[in-house]
Write a protein of this length. Structure first.
Length: 467
């Protein structure tokens, strides 16, 4: 005897969402049984069951939104930030419709802990893809309030509910993402492979791009698997670089990241997120060159000694050494070895470690900065130029260098040094080596001899001119 379709016992208007869902599940089970038993009138019976499921599904869509919460046992709260802010008593509060959340999905709630923290969840009923029956129920965390907004969590809850109705299990997806992350290399390892690929393609910019990317992000990310790195690790650092007066660097670094991510997508099987999603690069600035004279650099050095630390000390250190801002800003005490400073390769534009002879004037700046850290109780910091003792400054913002150097940027100081050396009769190759410019062919071999004593002599001469 074939199973029969039992009609609804109540008008749809009198049923809550859960009751309608249960009826859909009951009819689905009957239909599955019919398909297995295969009676003579199987086609007609399945058609009748399918029509009933369609009718119930349409009825489910018409259940008032308020019934979503009423059909579930528990407290309710209107879906507005103001109402959620008022919640104090620990417990589970199902969210009802509001202007901000006009159609909250069934099972969407906020949990208030004993400590007062609030987090959003969605109670999911994960369906079987073949039978349509509920296979598993689970609470999926959506984020902590207010870091995760109500509207964002409501959208995530809707997306998760739709996925669960299709049989998508967030637990399985989470495990798959975790497995994908486990198979990715660290950022430094990935960038090393990127450099190898660029060189194989005949491109010479890979090392500089690697250095710029590693300098941009927090040091802890160097050894982090790229599958675990997110937009929140990248975009705020780019925006800070722009705010600090380096829009060109921010734009160029974003371009380097785009090239690296294209390599990851096209040439590897690694899974990474959207690191630059929604980021708008700063508009390009018209190129211009200004070369300060020796007297102008002398004025900058004098003003830097009157400026607040670490900015004044950093600007003077740049003027005396001729290095780039990023190369000096990240200086660590363990890079300073008696009378030389060894800049690691990852912070160099060329991608090669660079040895800088420390002059007496540079050593004086470092000693003043050490005293500043001691006075502020940060003598244990690993970094020379730091404002909090925990991390190096990212660069020098316009508001710090403009009162000291006027129209000249920190990079202009390098140009001033190079011009002064040439005018004083120092050879071109020595100037290029002091500035750590990449040299090819015979010059590259010649530069590897370091010429440390010659460079020290030139920089000592420079210090006398500008001090």
């Amino acid at each position: 005897m074939s199973p029969r379709v039992v009609p609804l016992q109540q008008p749809v208007s009198g049923l809550g969402r859960n009751e309608v869902q249960k009826e859909i599940e009951r009819v689905s089970r009957e239909m599955a049984t019919v398909a297995v038993e295969a009676p003579a009138n199987v086609t007609d019976v399945i058609a009748a069951h399918s029509a009933r499921i369609q009718e119930l599904s349409q009825a489910l869509a018409k259940v008032p939104a308020e019934e979503t919460a009423k059909s579930i046992r528990g407290k309710t709260v209107a879906g507005t930030p103001a109402q959620i802010d008022k919640l104090v008593e620990p417990g589970k509060y199902y969210i009802t419709k509001s202007r901000q959340v006009p159609n909250p999905p069934a099972g969407f709630f906020v949990m208030v802990s004993k400590t007062g923290s609030k987090s959003f969840y969605i109670r999911l009923q994960i369906k079987d893809r073949e039978t349509g029956l509920t296979r598993r129920k689970t609470d999926m965390a959506l984020g902590r309030y207010p870091a995760t907004t109500l509207t964002a969590s409501a959208q995530a809850a809707c997306d998760a509910a739709v996925g669960a109705a299709r049989g998508e299990d967030p637990g399985v997806a989470r495990r798959e993402r975790k497995a994908a992350v486990a198979g990715t290399p660290t950022l430094r390892e990935a960038l090393d492979q990127y450099v190898t690929w660029t060189e194989r393609e005949g491109k010479r910019t890979g090392k500089a791009q690697r250095s710029a990317i590693l300098h941009l992000v927090d040091d802890r990310l160097h050894a982090t698997k790229i599958g675990m790195i997110s937009r929140d690790d990248i975009v705020p650092a780019l925006k800070k670089m722009d705010r600090d007066g380096s829009p060109s660097s921010a734009r160029n670094t974003a371009s380097y990241l785009s090239s690296f991510l294209r390599f990851v997508e096209d040439k590897t099987e690694w899974k990474v997120g959207s690191w630059l999603g929604g980021y708008r690069r700063p508009a390009p600035v018209a190129a211009r060159e200004r070369t300060p004279s020796i007297s102008q650099v002398r004025s900058i050095v004098s003003k830097s000694r009157e400026a607040a630390a670490p900015w004044g000390n950093l600007i003077e250190f740049l003027a005396l050494s001729g290095v780039r801002v990023g190369e000096a800003a990240g200086t660590r005490w363990d890079e300073l070895d008696q009378n030389v400073w060894i800049i690691p390769s990852f912070r160099m534009k060329s991608g090669r470690a660079h040895v800088v002879p420390l002059t007496a004037a540079m050593s004086d700046v470092l000693e003043r900065q050490r005293q500043v850290l001691e006075e502020k109780g940060r003598e244990g910091s690993d970094f020379v130029f730091t404002t909090n003792g925990k991390q190096a400054v990212a660069g020098i913002g316009t508001k710090y260098y403009r009162p000291i150097s006027g129209e000249f940027t920190p990079h202009d100081l390098r140009r001033g040094l190079r011009t002064a050396l040439a005018e004083a009769g120092y050879d071109r190759d020595l100037g290029e080596l002091i500035l750590a410019h990449a040299r090819a062919g015979v010059h590259g071999v010649y530069d590897r001899s370091e010429r440390l004593d010659h460079r020290r002599e030139a920089l000592e001469w420079w210090a006398v001119q500008v001090s």
